[in-house]
Ligand binder design. Structure first.
Ligand code: SF4
Ligand code: SF4
Length: 469
């Protein structure tokens, strides 16, 4: 990506950087999330900075604690919004050079945070991509969990969380020799090999870097599927288990993971998803031109910024309004925070559905281009390769709308069921029957809106505003 982005042909559909990042990566991420879980984080290329960061950390000689004020999802939400806006303003999808620099910047940021703070800080508190994946794994059909709860009750040291060292040798030196953080070594439990039922080898095993304690996990939030917990559990008591995709929403799963922050993230992802897709269809250009004329400006960033604020701001207010009506029908008057805690899952399911439909649309339109784009990479550099540009679309064009609409509708239906289940759980059979309607109808209206956006011809990105008269 980086080599072709910086030195290859600056033609987006023919460059590895732009096609693999904006077409293949995003499509494969949502497929992985829908059918398994957070597969991208499990194989995250940013882990490549772990080696250099350990060296630099040793050289630095100290590690800071991540500031308490930044431990919610607030920073992630700000970075995510900045990324979505930058994507439109700088037309990142059409610039191999900028895409390559984005990748380099991402590696640089991961390295800087990893050097100064404990491992896992970047994934949990900074990375917009990782948090996007955490959020969308809300409806994934698998989750890390324990095999037998009683074994955990007897487990004294909880190595899945704290890590473990299994012999005196590793206690003394091998942690540092492997470049693992000294902080981790301090809190890791010493469990002699003789007491370990399933050792997974000898030595040091870090625990969960995003501070998840497996026996109490009720959601996929913050889980990178790194499997540290599997390796460090001395009793082989951790598994990736199948679950119903709607289970996480029904059990109130975000209780332990900063529930309010995650619910705000759901709201932002829902309306940023609508904005992201809307910016690709013809009505958007009419609206943008109208707004630009009304303001008397030709500044693209200003018009885009205002449209972002309008769509995400108004959408969030409408969502809160529907949630408030639901709670009122259930007999309680609540503030925004309580509304989000109660109904936030409904917004998240709607967001998951639309992002999945949108990204899958792009993947289906050009999945096979990965072959000619790589062929072209070598041809461009003088190798005798015959690039076959006829490979592109995965399914006939007439299928695209139906695949996207079916997906958005399926998740819309799931959101309606979620609204009903929440209402009946929180307000009982009598009031719950009333409370489910405002939120259920809101979910239906958002689904119709999403399908209408998907029904528009997806515009090839060009100049946002027409020529100056
Ligand atoms: S999952 Fe394993 S390490 Fe964690 S508490 Fe249970 S038995 Fe102990
Ligand atoms: S250690 Fe286990 S629970 Fe923690 S992030 Fe890795 S896979 Fe998820």
């Amino acid at each position: 990506m980086i080599v072709d982005g910086l030195t290859g042909r600056q033609l987006a559909p023919r460059n590895v950087a732009t096609t693999s990042v904006w077409l293949h990566y995003r499509g494969l991420v949502v497929l992985g999330l829908a059918f398994l879980g957070n597969a991208f984080c499990a194989a995250c290329p940013l882990m490549l900075v772990r080696g250099p960061s350990r060296v630099l950390k040793r050289w630095l000689g100290r590690e800071w604690r991540w500031p308490a004020a930044l431990r919610s999802k607030g920073l992630v939400i700000v970075l995510m919004l900045a990324f979505f806006l930058a994507y439109e303003v700088f037309s990142l999808w059409s610039s191999p050079w900028l895409t390559a620099w984005l990748v380099i910047g991402y590696f640089g940021a991961a390295l800087a945070v990893d050097v100064c703070f404990p491992p896992g800080t970047f994934c949990k508190h900074v990375c917009p991509l990782g948090n996007f994946n955490f959020a969308l794994s809300h409806t994934s059909p698998a989750q890390i969990s324990t095999v037998d709860g009683e074994v955990c009750e007897r487990c004294r040291h909880k190595p899945c969380l704290h890590g473990r060292v299994s012999d005196a040798e590793s206690r003394r030196g091998s942690w540092e020799a492997r470049g693992l953080p000294v902080e981790g070594a301090r809190r890791a439990a010493f469990v002699p090999l003789s007491e370990v039922e399933r050792p997974n080898g000898a030595g040091s095993f870090p625990g969960c870097e995003t501070d998840l304690f497996v026996p109490t996990m009720t959601s996929n939030m913050d889980c990178t599927l790194c499997l540290n917990c599997v390796r460090s559990c001395p009793f082989d008591n951790v598994a990736l288990r199948l679950r119903a995709p709607w289970r996480e929403s029904l059990v109130g799963a975000w209780r332990r993971r900063g529930m309010l922050g995650v619910s705000v993230l759901a709201l932002v992802l829902l309306w940023a998803g609508v904005m992201n897709a809307f910016a690709m269809v013809p009505p958007f250009f009419v609206v943008a031109d109208g707004l630009a004329s009304a303001l008397g400006t030709r500044q693209e960033w200003l018009v885009l910024g205002l449209l972002f604020v309008l769509v995400i701001g108004l959408g969030s207010l409408l969502t809160l309004g529907a949630f408030a009506l639901g709670s009122l029908a259930g007999g309680v008057r609540e503030g925004p925070a309580a509304l989000l805690r109660r109904w936030g899952s409904v917004a998240m399911v709607l967001a998951v559905g639309f992002w999945t439909a949108h990204y899958l649309f792009h993947l289906l339109t050009g999945a096979l281009t990965i072959v000619p784009v790589f062929q072209h990479f070598f041809e461009y550099r003088g190798f005798a390769v015959d690039t076959n540009w006829r490979l592109a679309q995965l399914v006939p064009t007439r299928w695209l709308f139906f695949v996207g609409a079916a997906l958005a509708s399926l998740y819309g239906l799931m959101a309606m069921v979620m609204a009903a289940a929440r209402a009946l759980r929180d307000f009982g059979a009598e009031r719950g029957v009333l409370a489910m309607w405002p939120v259920g109808l809101f979910a239906l209206a958002v689904t119709v809106l999403q399908v209408l956006v998907l029904a528009q011809p997806m515009e090839m990105r060009g100049t946002l505003l027409g020529p100056v008269p």
